[in-house]
Design a protein around this ligand. Structure first.
Ligand code: TIU
Length: 220
């Protein structure tokens, strides 16, 4: 067992039961011309965490611990994209439309790829998820259960949308969840800050939060 200093109190990490989950570090959200951009966001904030996410992935690889990578992705025929999601708001481009990096949020398109510097290696789990949360229509809970995983370390984007949704849903399924606060980012700094405070409030109602440096030091 490894005691990781965290908020609201130490996270007791069991290396035999933990996996890293990297949420949606795909070009659609992080590069100009992708879905995040078409929603009117400044995507520059998100590129800043890429080296930290890479270092976190490297930590898990060095310790031979399991890694899950997710992509928010729909089938080319959009059969897994509810109209309520596709028609929401007034974006410049909708899910499935042709954008600067191929069709927006469609599996296999250039914009749907995870950034090359964070790309999954053979043997790591890569999940296409049609929802904001990582469990709906993915089979991921069954995969993790088969591997005996009960603890999840979270990173990725965006903090208050896909990361927080996935973390809350994992918490409800009985996982102990630790968010690495400098390995996650939002288009809105106040939403990131708010999401983090919500997670650790009430004795860790959704989980724990800590910086990468604390996790790295705990593994030494
Ligand atoms: N828009 C936004 O903040 N996020 C998403 O649509 N997806 C994820 O968070 N991955």
């Amino acid at each position: 067992m490894i005691a990781v200093p965290a908020r609201p109190y130490d996270f007791t990490l069991d290396p035999s039961k933990v996996a890293l989950v990297v949420i949606d570090m795909q070009r659609d959200f992080i590069e100009p011309g992708g879905f995040g951009d078409t929603l009117g966001n400044d995507v520059a904030r998100l590129t800043a965490i890429v080296p930290t996410v890479a270092a976190l992935i490297d930590l898990f690889r060095r310790h031979k611990l399991p890694i899950v990578h997710t992509r928010e992705a729909h089938k080319p025929d959009l059969s897994d994209c509810p109209p309520a999601k596709r028609l929401r708001g007034k974006p410049g481009l909708r899910i499935g439309d042709e954008g600067a990096m191929g069709r927006i949020l469609i599996a296999g398109e250039p914009g749907n790829q995870i950034l090359p510097e964070l790309a999954p290696l053979p043997g790591e789990i890569a999940v296409d998820k049609p929802g904001k949360g990582m469990f709906w229509a993915t089979g991921l809970h069954e995969t993790l259960t088969e591997k005996g995983i009960t603890q999840l370390v979270f990173a990725g984007v965006t903090t208050e949308v896909c990361v927080q949704t996935s973390m809350r849903e994992a918490n409800d399924r009985g996982y102990e969840c630790l968010l690495i606060e400098d390995a996650t980012e939002s288009y809105f700094p106040q939403f990131k800050a708010g999401a983090i405070e919500m997670i650790v409030a009430q004795g860790g109602i959704v989980g724990w939060v800590t910086p990468l440096s604390a996790l790295e030091a705990a593994f030494e």
